[in-house]
Design a protein around this ligand. Structure first.
Ligand code: DX5
Ligand code: ZN
Length: 220
C-alpha cells in the first residue's frame, strides 16, 4: 500500500500571511509542505532562502519538502537541513556529481530527492534510483507557479513507475510538480505519482476547500 500526499507549494502563498496560510493547510490535514528555493541562476527567478525556512519551522510540524532549483546545490544542503528541511530535492541538471550530492544530503540526516526537468531524459537519474527516497518529475519548466501542465509528463511518470517496479524499488516516491489542479490530478495519480505538489491550485483562493477537493481525489 503506497502512501499518497498532497504537498502544497508555498510559492503561491500570500507571504504577508505566510504563517497563517501554513497553519491552514496543516489544519486541513496536509502532512507535507513543498518549499521552492530558486537562485536566479538555475532558474530565472529568485524566491526566498534559509531565513524563511528557519522561521516557518518554528511554527509547523509539517514534513518540509525543500525543492532546490539551485545551481551546485551541494553547497547548501547542510544549511537547509539545519534550517529544518526533512527532504532535500536537487536537480540532476544542476549537480556536478549527483550521487555525491545525494550522499551528502543523507549525511545531514535528511531524506533525498532528485528532480528532472521536462526535457531531461529519465536516464539522468537511473544510477541513483536505488539511493533516493523520491524522484521528482517536473511537469512544467521550473521557475514560476501557475503554469500549464505539460501533457507528455504523464507518460514519463508511467515509464518511471514501471522502471522502479522492475528494479524492486516500489517504495520510492514519485513526485509531480507543476500545473496540478482538479483537472490534471487524476491522470498523474493513475500514471503512478504519489506525492502531488500544488501551488496555485491550493493557495489561489479558498485554501480549505481546495485542499479538500484535491485530497478527495487522492484518497479515492
Ligand atoms: C515551479 C515550482 C512549483 C510551483 C508549482 O518551478 O517548482 O513547485 O510552485 O506551482 P503550480 O502548482 O501553480 O504549477
Ligand atoms: Zn517545486
Amino acid at each position: 500500500s503506497r502512501v499518497y500526499q498532497l504537498a502544497p507549494s508555498i510559492l503561491s502563498a500570500d507571504f504577508n500571511r505566510l504563517g497563517e496560510q501554513i497553519q491552514r493547510v496543516e489544519k486541513a490535514e496536509c502532512r507535507w509542505l513543498h518549499i521552492d528555493i530558486m537562485d536566479g541562476m538555475f532558474v530565472p527567478s529568485i524566491s526566498f532562502g534559509m531565513p524563511v525556512v528557519k522561521s516557518i519551522r518554528k511554527e509547523s510540524s509539517l514534513y518540509f519538502d525543500v525543492h532546490m532549483m539551485v545551481k551546485d546545490p551541494e553547497r547548501y544542503v547542510e544549511e537547509f537541513q539545519s534550517c529544518g528541511a526533512d527532504m532535500i530535492t536537487v536537480h540532476a541538471e544542476a549537480c556536478r556529481d549527483l550521487a555525491e550530492t545525494v550522499k551528502k544530503i543523507h549525511e545531514t540526516g535528511a531524506d533525498a530527492g532528485v528532480a528532472v526537468n521536462p526535457d531531461t531524459p529519465l536516464s539522468a537519474v537511473t544510477d541513483v534510483m536505488d539511493q533516493v527516497e523520491m524522484i521528482l518529475i517536473m511537469s512544467v519548466y521550473p521557475g514560476f507557479g501557475g503554469q500549464k501542465y505539460i501533457p507528455e509528463s504523464t507518460e514519463r511518470i508511467r515509464t518511471l513507475r514501471r522502471m522502479l517496479d522492475e528494479k524492486g524499488l516500489e517504495h520510492v516516491h514519485i513526485q509531480v510538480d507543476g500545473g496540478i489542479n482538479r483537472a490534471t490530478i487524476d491522470e498523474v495519480l493513475a500514471a503512478g505519482a504519489n506525492i502531488i505538489v500544488a501551488g496555485s491550485a491550493v493557495f489561489g483562493s479558498n485554501i480549505e476547500q481546495n485542499v479538500r477537493e484535491l485530497q478527495e481525489k487522492i484518497s479515492s
